[in-house]
Ligand binder design. Structure first.
Ligand code: ADP
Ligand code: MG
Ligand code: MG
Length: 915
C-alpha cells in the first residue's frame, strides 16, 4: 500500500484559523443577494454542464457533464469560481450565506449517497477539490476524507468492516488538513510516520497494521496540536469550511500565481471548489486508484495509456512515490472486469469530448468511479498526430484539427534531435517521459538551475523527483532527469506541458544532491560534466551527443499543408545567409522579408575592408574600400537569390552605426592602425568621433546613406549585379531594396535618385534588366504618421516593429530589461511589447500606416519583419489589419504558417457567429 499520500512538500502557509474551537467564521458582508453559488451533481442529474467552465471550473463542469452521460461519478457539488473571486476581493472572507448553501447541498449529497455527513453509524466523507477553468496540475490543494473524527472513524471501521482502512483514511486527513489547510510542514508528519514504521519494523506503509496506524493517528494529532496551537477539529463542518477556504486561498498562493504567469493564464476570477462524496481506492486489494489518457500523450498513438495502484488513495499515483502499474499490461491480470470497463470509458469519453481525455478513476471494491476528465495535455508531437488521426477517424473536421495544434508549441518539433549516427555511451535508462534531445550540465536543485542558467549555462535538472515549487528551475532547464516516479509523475506531466525533454524514473541514477553529484553506471557526474538525454527513448548519455536539424515530415507535414489551405497571409523569413534561406525554404517560407546586409561584413576578411572604409578620410579612398566589399556582397546575394528560386527577397541597406564595426580596445586598434598604415592616434580619434551617447537614435539607418551615398551605391550595385547574374542563368529574382529608418518622404526621394541611377548603370553594363522594387521600413513613428506621403515614393512598407516599438514607447531596447519585467509583473503592461506586439499602440500606428499608404497606392505591399513576425498573437493581428505577409526567423516559419491559419479560421468562425 501507499507509503505516504502527500509527497508534495508545500511552502508553509499561514494557518487559516488559530483554534478549532473558534466559532465557524462569521458570515461577512460581501454576500450578493440572489447569486447562485453552488451547483449540484449526482445520480444522473446535474445543475451544471460542460459549457460552464468559466463558472464551475474545468473539473466541476466536466463532473457535471459526466454525471449526465451517465458515467459513474460520486455525487457532489461545485462552488463557483466567482465565489473565489468574491472571497479574495473581500480580503479573504467567505461570502455571506455560502455555508448555508453548502449545508443544503450536503443534504442532497447525503440523500444521493445514502450516508450522512458526521454520522457515526453511516458516515459520509467528502473531498474538497480545487478546479479552475484551466487545469493547473499540482498547483492547487485538495483535501480528502473530510468528515472523519475520533468517533466517525469507529463508525467507518464498522461500516466497511475494515478497521485498518478507517485509520489509514483518518491519518491521511489529519496530514492533508494539517499541511494543506493549516500550513504545517509535511515533513513533521512524515517524520512521525517513519518513526512508527521503524518501531514496528515496517518497511513500507502497507506493512503497518491497524495498531500501527492508530499510533500514527495519535502522533499526527500531537504534531497538529504542536504546530497549529489547537486540537485537530472534530466538527465535520468546521473541517469542510476551512478546507473550502484553503482551496480559495491557494488560488492566490505563490505556486498558483507563478504557474499562471508562466502559462500566460489571465483574466480568471478564481478556482471553483468541488465538494464530492469520497470513494475509496484504499479499501483493500480489490480497490485501486489511477490516472489515464485515452491516447498516448507522448507519441499520440491511439492506445489506452494509464497507470494504477492497488489499495491506494488520492495522489499516490501522481506523486511518484510508489511506481504504479501500467493499465495496458497489468490491469486485466488484476481485474478483467475493470479493464473492460475502462476501455469502454475511453470510447465514451472520446465520442463525447472529441478530444483526448486525461481522466482519474478510483475502483472501490471492484466498482469503477470517475473522478475527473479533461482534455489531455500532450506533447506537440502527439498533438499533431492526434489531430491528423482524429480527422481521419472523422471525429473532428479540418478546421478543428488545425486549431488543435497551438502554433507556439511547434517550437518543440523544430528543435534538433540526436544524430542517429553519433556515438552514444548510455549511462542510464528511464522512462521516455517527454521527447526531445537535450544536452547540459547537471544542477541538483531548481534554484541552482535558475541561477546557473542566468549565467549562461545549459542545465539538465537532476532530481529524485520534482515538485510544484521546482517549476521555475524546470522551465529554464534544457532537460529534466528524475530517478523515481512514473509517466504521470509531476516531472513527466510538467515537462510534457513545457515541451522540455524529460527522462523520469531512471532508477540507476543515484543522486547525492548535497554533494552535487550523481552516479550512474559506476561513474560519478558533477556540475561540470556534460550529459545528454533523449526524452523520446528514456536514454541518458555521457558527454555532449551531437544533434541534428528537425525535419518537416509525416503528420507534421500534413497539418502544415492543411494550414496552408486556410491561411491568406504569406509567410516570409528573416535570413542573412544562403544557409538560413535554405532552412527557411524547407520550412515553407515564401520569400525573404528581411536580409540584414551588415551581418555579411563581420567575417574577418570583410570586416577589415569595412574598417578601412570607415577610417577613410575622403570619398575616393572610401570608394576604394567599398569596391573591395562589393564583390563579397554580390556573392552573398547571388547565393540568397538562388536559394529563394524566384521568390521575393527584401534587402535592407546598411543599418547600424559605424562604430559597431570598429575595435574598442587599444590592442586591436593598434593592430588595425598598423595594417592600414595609419597612426594609432588617428584610429583612436575616429573611434572617438563616431562615439554616440545614444547609438539607437544616432547616425544609423538611412542617415548613413544620406551622408555617405557611396555606401548605398555599393550595396545597390551588388544587389542589381547579383540579380543580373541570376537572370543570365535563367533564375528569376525579385529584389526589394529596402531603406531603413526613414522618417520623411524627402529622405526616400533623395536616396531613390542614387538607387535608380546605380541600377540603370548596372543594367547598361550587363546588357540585361531585372525588375526590382524600392521601398522602406516603417520604424520611426513619423513614417507611420506620414505614410500617405511615404507611399508616393515607397513601393512597399515593411514594419520594423523592434525599432517601432522602441520609439513608440521611448524604451531603449537594450536597456529595457532592467525595468520591463517589473512592468509586466505589476501588470502595468500586459506583456513585454518587444516579444508580443503592443496592439493598442504600435498596432494602431501600423493600422494607420497601412490605411494611409493604401489610400495612395491600393496595391501597396505591406509586411512586418520584427521579432513579432514569429509570435502567434502578433501574426493574428497582422492578419486582421490586412498585411500581405509576416517575416520571421527560419525556425519560426511553421509557427507563423499555423498561426496565420488559426487567424483566418477564427475570423471566419467569428464572422459566421455574427450572421
Ligand atoms: P488535482 O487537481 O491536483 O488533480 P484532484 O481534485 O483531482 O486534484 O484530487 C487529487 C486526487 O485526489 C485525485 O486524483 C483522486 O485520486 C483523489 N480524489 C479526489 N476526489 C476524490 C473522491 N471524491 N474520492 C476519492 N478520491 C478522490
Ligand atoms: Mg490539486
Ligand atoms: Mg485531478
Amino acid at each position: 500500500m501507499a507509503t505516504a499520500t502527500l509527497s508534495r512538500k508545500k511552502p508553509a502557509k499561514k494557518a487559516a484559523v488559530k483554534s478549532s474551537n473558534a466559532p465557524v467564521a462569521k458570515a461577512h458582508l460581501n454576500g450578493k443577494a440572489g447569486v447562485k453559488r453552488v451547483y449540484f451533481f449526482g445520480n444522473g442529474k446535474a445543475e451544471g454542464g460542460a459549457d460552464m467552465k468559466d463558472l464551475l471550473g474545468g473539473k466541476g463542469a466536466n463532473l457535471a457533464d459526466m454525471t449526465k452521460v451517465p458515467l459513474p461519478v460520486p455525487p457532489g457539488f461545485t462552488i463557483t469560481t466567482d465565489t473565489c473571486g468574491d472571497y479574495n476581493d473581500a480580503g479573504q472572507k467567505l461570502p455571506k450565506g455560502l455555508m448555508e448553501e453548502v449545508r443544503a447541498n450536503i443534504a442532497k449529497v447525503e440523500k444521493a449517497a445514502g450516508k450522512k455527513f458526521g454520522d457515526v453509524n453511516n458516515p459520509l466523507l467528502v473531498a474538497a477539490r480545487s478546479g479552475a477553468k484551466m487545469s493547473m496540475p499540482g498547483m492547487m490543494d485538495t483535501v480528502l476524507n473530510i468528515g472523519l473524527n475520533d468517533e466517525v472513524v469507529l463508525g467507518l471501521a464498522k461500516l466497511s468492516g475494515n478497521e485498518r482502512f478507517a485509520y489509514d483514511s483518518y491519518r491521511r486527513l489529519i496530514n492533508m488538513f494539517g499541511d494543506t489547510v493549516m500550513g504545517v510542514d509535511h515533513e513533521h508528519f512524515e517524520h512521525e510516520l517513519s518513526a512508527v514504521k521503524n518501531e514496528k519494523g515496517a518497511k513500507v506503509d502497507t506493512d503497518l497494521d491497524t495498531e500501527g496506524l492508530k499510533e500514527v493517528v495519535a502522533r499526527y494529532k500531537e504534531v497538529y496540536k504542536k504546530h497549529v496551537g489547537s486540537d485537530f477539529p472534530q466538527d465535520p463542518y468546521t473541517q469542510l469550511e476551512h478546507a473550502i477556504e484553503a482551496v480559495f486561498k491557494s488560488w492566490m498562493g505563490d505556486r498558483a500565481i507563478r504557474y499562471r504567469q508562466l502559462n500566460d493564464i489571465r483574466g480568471l476570477r478564481g478556482t471553483a471548489v468541488n465538494v464530492q462524496s469520497m470513494v475509496f481506492g484504499n479499501m483493500g486489494d480489490d480497490s485501486a486508484t489511477g490516472v489515464a489518457f485515452t491516447r498516448d500523450p507522448s507519441t499520440g498513438e491511439n492506445v489506452f495509456y494509464g497507470e494504477f495502484l492497488v489499495n491506494a488513495q488520492g495522489e499516490d499515483v501522481v506523486a511518484g512515490i510508489r511506481t504504479p502499474l501500467e493499465c495496458k499490461t497489468e490491469m486485466a491480470k488484476w481485474s478483467k472486469k475493470s479493464w473492460a470497463e475502462l476501455l469502454a470509458v475511453k470510447k465514451t469519453l472520446e465520442a463525447r469530448y472529441k478530444d483526448v481525455q486525461d481522466f482519474e478513476f478510483t475502483i472501490e471494491k471492484g466498482k469503477l468511479y470517475m473522478l475527473q476528465t479533461r482534455n489531455g495535455k500532450r506533447t506537440t508531437h502527439a498533438a499533431v498526430k492526434i489531430a491528423v488521426d482524429m480527422l481521419k477517424e472523422k471525429l473532428i473536421d479540418e478546421k478543428t484539427a488545425i486549431l488543435r495544434v497551438e502554433p507556439a508549441s511547434l517550437d518543440q518539433l523544430l528543435h534538433p534531435t540526436f544524430d542517429p549516427k553519433a556515438k552514444k555511451d548510455v549511462i542510464a535508462k528511464g522512462l521516455p517521459a517527454s521527447p526531445g534531445a537535450s544536452v547540459g550540465k547537471p544542477a541538483f536543485t531548481a534554484e541552482e538551475a535558475e541561477e546557473r542558467v542566468g549565467k549562461g549555462e545549459k542545465i539538465i535538472l537532476v532530481r529524485r523527483e520534482t515538485e510544484p515549487a521546482d517549476i521555475g528551475g524546470m522551465h529554464v532547464s534544457e532537460g529534466i532527469l528524475t530517478s523515481t516516479g512514473g509517466m504521470t509523475s509531476h516531472a513527466a506531466v510538467v515537462a510534457r506541458g513545457m515541451g522540455t525533454p524529460c527522462v523520469a524514473g531512471a532508477g540507476a541514477v543515484h543522486i547525492d544532491a548535497k554533494a552535487k553529484k550523481f552516479t550512474a553506471n559506476g561513474k560519478t557526474y558533477g556540475v561540470n560534466d556534460w550529459v545528454s538525454l533523449d526524452g523520446g527513448t528514456g536514454e541518458v548519455y555521457e558527454g555532449q551527443v551531437p544533434t541534428q536539424e528537425a525535419a518537416l515530415t509525416g503528420a507534421f507535414a500534413q497539418i502544415m499543408k492543411l494550414a496552408d489551405k486556410y491561411r491568406t497571409l504569406k509567410i516570409r523569413t528573416n535570413a542573412d545567409t544562403p544557409h538560413d534561406a535554405d532552412v527557411a525554404r524547407n520550412f515553407g517560407a515564401e520569400g525573404i522579408g528581411l536580409t540584414r546586409t551588415e551581418h555579411m561584413f563581420f567575417d574577418p576578411t570583410r570586416i577589415h575592408h569595412m574598417r578601412e572604409m570607415i577610417l577613410a578620410t575622403d570619398v575616393e579612398s572610401r570608394k576604394a574600400a567599398l569596391a573591395k566589399l562589393g564583390p563579397y556582397q554580390k556573392e552573398d546575394f547571388v547565393g540568397i537569390f538562388k536559394a529563394m528560386k524566384g521568390l521575393p527577397v527584401t534587402i535592407r541597406l546598411l543599418d547600424p552605426p559605424l562604430h559597431e564595426f570598429l575595435p574598442h580596445n587599444e590592442k586591436d586598434q593598434a593592430e588595425l592602425a598598423k595594417s592600414l598604415g595609419m597612426s594609432l592616434d588617428a584610429v583612436k580619434n575616429r573611434v572617438q568621433q563616431l562615439h554616440e551617447s545614444n547609438p539607437m537614435l544616432g547616425h544609423r539607418g538611412d542617415r548613413l546613406a544620406v551622408t555617405y551615398p557611396e555606401i548605398l551605391e555599393m550595396q545597390v550595385r551588388a544587389i542589381i549585379e547579383a540579380a543580373c547574374v541570376c537572370k543570365k542563368e535563367k533564375i528569376s529574382v525579385l529584389p526589394e531594396i529596402m531603406i531603413p529608418l526613414a522618417g520623411t518622404k524627402a529622405e526616400l526621394d533623395y536616396l531613390k535618385k542614387f538607387t535608380v541611377a546605380t541600377a540603370d548603370a548596372v543594367f547598361k553594363e550587363q546588357g540585361v534588366k531585372v525588375p526590382y522594387m524600392y521601398g522602406t521600413m516603417i520604424e520611426v513613428p513619423r513614417a507611420a504618421v506620414t505614410a500617405d506621403e511615404m507611399a508616393h515614393t515607397a513601393e512597399f512598407f515593411s514594419f520594423g516593429t523592434n525599432d517601432l516599438t522602441q520609439m513608440t514607447f521611448g524604451y531603449s531596447r537594450d536597456d529595457a530589461g532592467s525595468f520591463l519585467p517589473e512592468y509586466v509583473a505589476k501588470e502595468i503592461l500586459e506583456r513585454d511589447p518587444f516579444q508580443s506586439l503592443d496592439i493598442g499602440g504600435v498596432g494602431k500606428l501600423i493600422k494607420m500606416a497601412v490605411t494611409l499608404g493604401r489610400g495612395v497606392n491600393k496595391d501597396l505591399k505591406c509586411g512586418i519583419c520584427g521579432e513579432h513576425g514569429g509570435d502567434p498573437r502578433s501574426v493574428e493581428f497582422c492578419h486582421t489589419v490586412g498585411l500581405n505577409y509576416v517575416s520571421c526567423s527560419p525556425y519560426r516559419v511553421p509557427i507563423a504558417r499555423l498561426a496565420a491559419a488559426h487567424a483566418a479560421i477564427k475570423e471566419s468562425q467569428g464572422a459566421g457567429k455574427k450572421k
